[in-house]
Design a protein around this ligand. Structure first.
Ligand code: 2BA
Length: 111
């Protein structure tokens, strides 16, 4: 029986709904609080270990429950700009729905 690990990085706002939908679908999950390297804002990483044949169902649940949103970030001034008058213009960044990695699992051990 081939097991795969679905790692999905989702927005914090979507995490609880996603976990509930996974549970309704019969899937166990683990949520880890994480931080995106670009925006430096909190997000959530959801781990689901499941049989390979179930992965399309898990991906469909993720797709249904994770939404695209616009976030704003304020770029930091460079060294040369700090002393000069500096107008901060927030930039729009589209985030999500989810960034998903699917990995083969060598073994599952419960002890
Ligand atoms: P962040 O790194 O905070 O990135 C948030 C959003 O910023 C990204 O949304 C993307 O639209 C944009 N972005 C990221 N890096 C950028 C750059 N160098 N220049 C311009 N825009 C950039 P998503 O692609 O939906 O990613 C959401 C979160 O998923 C990321 O949060 C990060 O935590 C994770 N992620 C995305 N790609 C990843 C990867 N290849 N490896 C590991 N984690 C990843």
């Amino acid at each position: 029986m081939a097991i795969q690990l679905v790692i999905s990085i989702v927005q914090t706002e979507d995490a609880d709904q996603l976990i509930s939908a996974l549970r309704d679908g019969g899937f166990s999950s683990t949520k880890i609080s994480t931080t995106g390297g670009f925006l430096r804002q909190g997000n959530a990483t959801i781990l689901v270990g499941t049989e390979e044949k179930n992965v399309p169902q898990v991906l469909a649940i993720i797709r249904r429950n994770c939404h695209t949103r616009i976030q704003y970030m304020t770029p930091l001034p460079t060294a040369g700009e700090i002393s000069a008058p500096y107008i901060v213009e927030p930039i729009e960044v589209e985030v999500g729905g989810a960034v998903v990695f699917v990995l083969d699992v060598e073994s599952v051990i419960r002890s």
